[in-house]
Design a protein around this ligand. Sequence first.
Ligand SMILES: [Zn+2]
Ligand SMILES: [Zn+2]
Length: 150
Amino acid sequence: METETAGIAASGATGGCLCGAVRFVVAGPIGPAAYCHCSDCRRTTGSAFNVSIGVPVTSFALLSGTPKGFTATAESGNALTRHFCPDCGAPLYTSSPHHPDRIFVKAGAFDDHAVVAPAHQSWMRSRVAWAGIDPDLPAYDRDRPAESGA
Ligand SMILES: [Zn+2]
Ligand SMILES: [Zn+2]
């Protein structure tokens, strides 16, 4: 088992939580990502929408840490368990008995954002008006100068 995980780590895309306690690897090619605008994803991400990548559960391996899970029945009627780091709270992946062969890894948890290639967006009926970023908003390379340190 350890050798198998080591093999995956050598060839796969790695990721983890904010504090670094939880680390994972996904073997093989990373498939398309999807935006989800549902209200539960908005709550759990604390942002406008979720971006995740469905991967075969057999290609996913935890390298360290033990995520905590929270299960809720989604508007779709499916029970979804969202897994997150119990120390820093970072969302990591979602699983469901509705699709036991796949898990949905949070796109932002990957170390290399280049592996993320969104292909569609779901639950548009729940999308908030500020989900898209107005290109005319003032933009800064770092913190907004007047508010740095906030
Ligand atoms: Zn953490
Ligand atoms: Zn969602």
